[in-house]
Write a protein that binds this ligand. Structure first.
Ligand SMILES: O=P(O)(O)O[C@H]1[C@H](O)[C@@H](O)[C@H](OP(=O)(O)O)[C@@H](OP(=O)(O)O)[C@H]1O
Length: 927
């Protein structure tokens, strides 16, 4: 029989694409009846009476599970159990699960091969992916004991549970024991069999009854098509672990990629291009400038145009990646993939334990958002931005210094203008439309909307910044320093070239000019308000006269039987007073006034932006690029986390209330060291995560089942529109349905754990980590205060009974202050606080592959211990099972095509104990 390598995976659950699964020849096979989104088939294994090849040698057994394709009869290695040591009756804790997408049928045959492992480290090499067609001899590290096989249909229909099969030697002759296959349905009762399991954890033996678990259905909970549109290529693993009262709990681990890894960066780059094109146009529209400023502008435009071309090229490259949902750790330095997050996955643990409700625990695992292609020689964003700003403030002499806050404000006002002007124009036209229809009600409501938007518009210019920017621009115009200045409108016509840069003061370098007519702007600006007031007064008058007219005519157009109208009435009660004719000139005036304000404000604020770009040009643009790259990676993760959280918590009214009244806590666990390049990564990551505060979500109704999130906005503020199917959308609270923006509170806690961190602690500097943790602690506290203030009192009192959040926060604070080395307690506390506050969890290291895998598996087992009564003697064994055969080793495989965590013994000695993987699962591979 041929051993088929599927792609590069030897044992991975990377299965055939759907198209292949639907081959006409496959259709003749019987599909397994399945619950949507639930695995098709799950079973657990145990062996009995295994015969050791050499007497007196204790067996260390592992079962390898392979799938035999019913047509091709090819054999694909699918998964393995963990190694159970020292018994001839092993009971395996790692089960087998076939996700719903896997091409498996009742006719598919499963082969179970039992090995005796002599050398665990060799065993890992055996199960790693090897160069094509270079299978090592099976005897390296393990020896074959026996095999058995069954058809999936036989297991499904068998009355005998577990299905007991004889294990035979390779020639099919001698029986060397039996293997029991027990079908598992996550939420259903196992049959009443009892058995015994022994474990040898740190020298302790322990016996357990193999009993039934309480029934509770978990099916359908996650039956959400939209989530499936976002998550791809799931890898599933199944375990059963004993509880402290000797019952079994079942755990399903799932790891999925997300198409958002590519979708969000593409959306974001498109927005950047749009924003930058618009800014470049505005710079061109600045009008005549004196030679100094004009040269500066030309230079800026040349660079900015180049940047836009670069973004367009990146987008073109990314657009070629249709259908991609995963960027591997080994591609992290690829220029064309810079905006894409590294190794982004949903890591999910589903727990079904006796006496307790089923539970789901999600963590998004992703490489730290960082600009790998640009490198870290000069540090990361946190340092670079700070240095840039300080230098800009102190050394620039050819431009006017505006603080980052003022520059941000200028961008915000510009964006508000761009949004409000067309909106007001639309409302003004609607008002005219209502006028031409002579409808009082519609006139009133159109006026209401027009007034609201115009007030917002007028309000947008209240800032002192616009005034000072107008003056600055005035002085930059040719002739701008003339004693008797022309009105800004005419200033472009003046020809008085100035070759010298204007004398400007630093810090408060916004210019002052004694001859400048500041009041002119006030007049222009006030004109908008005045013309709105005129419209309001006229509408009031028209409606009043109309109602008067109606009263006068008895509310009907016929005036039969009434007294003759007065002269005034006879004028005003004209059957159809020309509302349109009266309002039209006023609307035109409003639009003109608005146009005047917009043109002046736009130019002056664009002049502010020119100052930002003018200093240290290429460096400034490279910093923007770096920030965009890091932000894009962070945003893709956030949107993925948000959508998953929303889907899994839609049934929880408190969550929904929290979402729109408080916002969502998003907690990042960083495992980067504060040494060498990783300092730069952490500096990038800290800024990227803090920039997520600029993001708000909005939920709308989906029109089709694969509606992906849509991004709008600009660098200072983004809105992500997440779409839900009508039935789910309908069940949302009114505030969310009405489009209220939902805010996020991102926080980051970092604790370096590797050998590099040891160096940082001994010879380097850990201050970056300390300040990040302290700053973010304050943010969590702030979130907690808002949560306590805004959630309803009855909910809060129940919440406080269940959770000692205050205690956890104090504890976290003490740990942060303690300045203890590799204080991983900080991560556990921060994660616990996040879970209790219903937040979204992230875990990151450089690649989200090795250290992240150690951390999420530790978190999973700690949750099982603390929340689901995992038997304490099985903590390490559960951890080893998850690290040896769980989703995370598959993660390593899909990243570097090798089933080994990239640690060596020396590195691991520096790791906190709980972060060390089991023997044989690590080593340096040639990646
Ligand atoms: O370069 P060596 O000496 O092999 O060290 C590795 C570390 O031991 C791993 O921890 C890194 O992976 P993670 O960032 O996923 O932990 C791993 O990151 P990489 O997979 O991105 O190269 C390496 O840095």
């Amino acid at each position: 029989m041929e051993i088929k390598e599927e792609g590069t995976s030897e044992e991975g659950q990377h299965f055939l694409p759907t198209a292949q699964a639907n081959d006409p020849e496959d259709i003749q096979f019987t599909s397994i009846q399945k619950i949507p989104n639930e695995p098709q088939l799950e079973f657990i294994l145990a062996c009995k009476d295994l015969v050791a090849p050499v007497c007196d040698r204790k067996l260390n057994t592992v079962v390898q599970i392979s799938v035999i394709h019913p047509v091709e009869q090819t054999l694909t290695r699918y998964s393995s159990t963990e190694i159970v040591e020292g018994t001839k009756d092993p009971l395996f804790l790692t089960g087998v699960t076939f996700p719903s997408e896997y091409p498996i049928y009742e006719e598919t045959r499963i082969k179970l091969t039992v090995y005796d492992v002599k050398d665990k480290s060799h065993d890992t090499i055996r199960t790693s992916v090897l160069p094509e067609r270079k299978d090592p001899p099976p005897e390296v590290g393990r020896s074959f004991l026996g095999w058995a096989s069954f058809k999936v249909g036989e297991l499904l229909r068998s009355k005998e549970q577990p299905l007991s099969l004889s294990l035979r030697t390779s020639d099919g002759g001698k029986v060397v024991g039996t293997i029991e296959v027990s079908l598992v349905k996550m939420g259903e009762i196992e049959d009443g069999d009892t058995d015994h399991i022994t474990t040898d954890v740190q020298g302790q033996k322990c016996a357990l009854a193999y009993e039934c678990t309480a029934p509770e259905s978990v099916s359908g909970k996650d039956n959400l098509p939209l989530l499936n549109a976002v998550l791809k290529n799931p890898v599933c693993k199944l375990y059963r672990f004993p509880t402290s009262d000797n019952k079994w709990m079942r755990i399903r681990e799932q790891m999925s990629e997300s198409i958002l890894s590519f979708h969000i960066p593409k959306e974001l780059i498109s927005l950047h291009i749009k924003e930058d094109l618009c800014r470049n146009q505005e710079l061109k529209d600045l009008g005549d400038l004196s030679p100094h400023w004009d040269n500066l502008r030309k230079n800026v435009l040349t660079h900015c145009d180049q940047m836009v071309t670069m973004y367009q090229d990146i987008l073109t490259e990314l657009s070629k990646e249709t259908g991609s949902s995963f960027k591997s750790s080994s591609s992290k330095g690829e220029k064309s993939l810079e905006f894409v997050p590294i190794n982004l996955h949903l890591q999910r643990m589903q727990v079904h334990s006796p006496h307790l409700k089923d539970a789901l625990y999600d963590v998004i695992t992703v490489g730290a958002p960082a600009a790998h292609f640009q490198g870290f020689k000069n540090g990361g964003l946190r340092k670079l931005l700070h240095r840039f700003e300080t230098e800009r403030r102190n050394t620039g002499y050819q431009f006017i210094y505006y603080s980052p806050e003022n520059t941000a404000k200028a961008k915000e006002v510009l964006s508000n203008i761009n949004q409000l002007q067309p909106l007001i124009a639309t409302h003004a036209d609607l008002l005219l439309n209502s006028a031409s229809q002579h409808s009082a009600d519609s006139l009133k409501s159109s006026l209401k909307l027009l007034s609201e938007k115009t007030e917002l518009f007028v309000h947008a210019f209240k800032d002192q910044l616009v005034r000072s920017a107008l003056l600055a621009l005035y002085t930059a115009r040719p002739g701008g320093i003339l004693k008797k200045p022309p009105s800004p409108k005419d200033s472009t016509e003046e020809t008085c070239p100035q070759d010298e840069p204007p004398q400007l003061r630093r810090q408060d370098s916004i210019p002052h000019h004694s001859d400048y007519d500041e009041e002119e702007w006030d007049r222009v600006w006030a004109n908008v308000g005045k013309s709105l007031n005129c419209i309001i007064a006229t509408v009031d008058k028209l409606i009043e006269r109309d109602s008067h007219n109606e009263e006068g005519t008895g509310g009907s157009s016929s005036n039969d039987g009434d007294a003759a109208p007065s002269l005034e009435d006879s004028i005003t009660s004209h059957p159809k007073e020309d509302w349109y004719g009266q309002l039209h000139p006023l609307i035109l005036t409003l639009k003109e006034c608005m146009g005047e304000v917009v043109s002046r404000a736009k130019q002056s604020l664009t002049f502010v932006l020119l100052q930002e770009l003018a200093y240290s040009l290429p460096q400034c643009l490279m910093l923007t690029l770096r920030r965009d790259i890091v932000f894009s990676q962070a945003l893709a993760g956030l949107v993925c986390g948000f959508i998953i959280k929303l889907h899994t918590s839609l049934h929880d009214p408190h969550f929904l209330q929290q979402l729109h009244t408080v916002g969502l806590l998003v907690q990042y666990e960083g495992l980067l060291s504060t040494y060498s390049d990783e300092i730069g990564m952490l500096e990038d990551m800290a800024v990227g995560i803090s920039d997520l505060r600029k993001v708000a979500f909005k939920i709308t109704e989906a029109k089709s089942s694969d509606d992906l999130p849509v991004l709008t906005g600009r660098r200072e503020h983004y809105v992500v529109e997440v779409k839900l199917p009508a039935t789910l959308f309908e069940s949302l609270p009114l505030q969310i349905k009405e489009g209220q923006l939902l805010h996020v509170y991102p926080v980051l806690f970092n604790v370096g754990i590797n050998e590099q961190q040891t160096l940082a602690e001994r010879f380097g500097d850990v201050s970056l980590q300390e300040s990040i943790n302290q700053e973010n602690f304050e943010l969590v506290q702030e979130y907690y205060s808002i949560f306590m203030e805004k959630m309803p009192p009855d909910y809060i009192s129940h919440f406080q009974e269940q959770n000692d959040l205050k205690g956890l926060l104090d504890n976290l604070h003490q740990n942060i202050q303690a300045k203890k080395r590799k204080n991983v307690e900080i991560m556990w506390l921060a994660a616990t606080i996040c879970r209790k506050l219903n937040g979204i969890r992230f875990t990151c290291c450089k690649s989200a592959k090795d250290r992240t895998s150690m951390s999420v598996t530790l978190e999973q087992c700690s949750i099982l211990r603390d929340e689901h009564q995992l038997h304490k003697d099985f903590f390490i064994r559960a951890l080893d099972c998850m690290r040896r055969e769980g989703c995370r080793i598959e993660n390593v495989l899909k990243n570097i095509k090798c089933r080994r965590y990239a640690f060596n013994m020396l590195q691991l000695m520096a790791f906190p104990k709980c972060y060390r993987p089991p023997e044989g699962t690590y080593g340096k591979a040639d990646t």
